[in-house]
Write a protein of this length. Structure first.
Length: 53
């Protein structure tokens, strides 16, 4: 799941992170920042992991 989150952030928000950074970081994205058509197939963004407005 972490690798998928990293991939989505890189493709949709041009935000590059590494697994090591995720020990203490959290990411919030606005719905408008996510290009839904660019998400990898089968990716579901739950409201628990993403703040969608």
């Amino acid at each position: 799941m972490l690798e998928t989150a990293i991939e989505v952030l890189e493709k949709c928000a041009q935000l590059v992170t590494t697994p090591e950074e995720w020990g203490y970081e959290s990411v919030t994205m606005e719905k408008e920042e996510i290009e839904m058509g660019a998400l990898p197939k089968g990716v579901h963004l739950s409201r628990l992991n993403w703040k969608l407005r």
